[in-house]
Design a protein around this ligand. Structure first.
Ligand code: GUN
Length: 289
C-alpha cells in the first residue's frame, strides 16, 4: 500500500511560510503585488483567476486583476503588459491562458518582463532553468519538487521518468529533477514500449492529459508516482492521469487527485510573487545607495 502524498497539507505549509515572508517585507514598507490579466470569460480560467485572487487575499499579497473582453486586440494587450512592466509597484505579471484565438500566445508571453514573469513561461526563464541560472521556475514543476522534498523522498541518483514533454510541466520538471541529480528520461506520445520505460522509474511523473491512462502495468513496485492530470470521469468525479485505485497497492508513494499536485501550483505562484518582490526590493535599495 502506498504512502499518500498530501499536497493540501504541504501547500498549506508553503502558504504559511510565504505569508510570513510577505509580512516581513511589509514591515520594511514593501507591499507584494501581483497583476493578473484574464482576457475573455472562459469558465475554467475564471475559476482559476478567482482562486489566485483568494490566495493573494489570504497571504496579504495585493492583487490587481484586469478583465478585458474577449475582443481585446493583441496591440491593446501588449500595451497593458508594457504599462505593467514599467510599474515599480508591480512585482509579478500573469496572463491567464488560454488566450482568445486571434492573439498570439508566444508574442504575449515574450512581452512580459522576465523579472516579473511569475509563471516562469518566458523563454528567458526557461533558458535560465536549463542553464542552472536564477530565474522564475514554472509553478507546477516547482511544486512537484517541493512535494518530493517535503515528503523526505530523495531524488539524487534516482531513475526518474517524466511522461509528457510540455513547456509548462514536462520539460521544466525534467530540468528540475536533473538539477537535483536525478537520472532523467522524458517519455511522450511517440515513445516506443512506454510500459518498459515507465517501469524503470523510481520516481514517475505523469503529465499526459489522458484520464487514468497509467495503470499498474506501467509502474515499478515501490515507485513514487506523481500525477499532474486533472479530469472529470464519466460519473463527474475528479480523476488524474493515473488510475489511482489500480496503482495504489503497487506504488511506494502516490499523489491523490484532487489534493496532490493541484494545490501546489497556486502555493508556488505565491512563492514566486514573494521572490519577485524580494528581488525588486533589493534592487530598489541598491538604487538609493
Ligand atoms: N492556465 C492554466 N494553468 C495556467 C497557469 O498555470 N498559468 C497561466 N498563466 N495560465 C494557466
Amino acid at each position: 500500500m502506498a504512502q499518500i502524498i498530501d499536497g493540501k497539507a504541504i501547500a498549506a505549509q508553503i502558504r504559511k511560510e510565504v505569508k510570513e515572508g510577505v509580512q516581513e517585507l511589509a514591515s520594511r514598507g514593501k507591499t507584494v503585488t501581483l497583476a493578473v490579466i484574464l482576457a475573455g470569460d472562459d469558465p475554467a480560467s475564471c475559476v482559476y483567476v478567482r482562486n489566485k485572487e483568494k490566495a493573494c487575499r489570504e497571504l496579504s499579497i495585493h492583487s490587481l486583476v484586469y478583465r478585458p473582453s474577449e475582443s481585446i486586440t493583441q496591440e491593446e494587450l501588449l500595451a497593458l503588459i508594457e504599462e505593467l512592466n514599467g510599474r515599480e509597484d508591480v512585482d509579478g505579471i500573469l496572463v491567464q491562458l488560454p488566450l482568445p484565438p486571434h492573439i498570439c500566445e508566444k508574442k504575449i508571453l515574450m512581452a512580459i518582463d522576465p523579472a516579473k514573469d511569475v509563471d516562469g513561461f518566458h523563454p528567458y526563464n526557461a533558458g535560465a532553468l536549463a542553464c542552472g541560472e536564477p530565474g522564475f521556475v514554472p509553478c507546477t514543476p516547482a511544486g512537484i519538487i517541493q512535494l518530493l522534498k517535503r515528503s523526505d523522498i530523495s531524488i539524487s541518483g534516482k531513475e526518474c521518468v517524466v511522461v509528457g514533454r510540455s513547456n509548462i510541466v514536462g520539460k521544466p520538471v525534467a530540468q528540475l529533477l536533473l538539477r537535483e541529480n536525478g537520472t532523467v528520461t522524458i517519455a511522450h506520445s511517440k515513445t516506443e514500449r512506454l510500459k518498459e520505460v515507465t517501469s524503470r522509474a523510481q520516481i514517475l511523473v505523469v503529465a499526459v492529459g489522458q484520464p487514468e491512462m497509467i495503470t499498474r502495468e506501467y509502474v515499478r513496485p515501490g515507485a513514487v508516482v506523481i500525477d499532474v492530470g486533472i479530469h472529470r470521469d464519466e460519473n463527474n468525479k475528479l480523476c488524474g492521469d493515473v488510475d489511482f485505485a489500480d496503482v495504489f497497492d503497487v506504488a511506494g508513494a502516490i499523489t491523490p487527485v484532487p489534493g496532490g499536485v493541484g494545490p501546489m501550483t497556486i502555493a508556488m505562484l505565491m512563492h514566486n510573487c514573494l521572490e519577485g518582490a524580494r528581488r525588486s526590493f533589493q534592487n530598489s535599495l541598491k538604487k538609493t545607495v
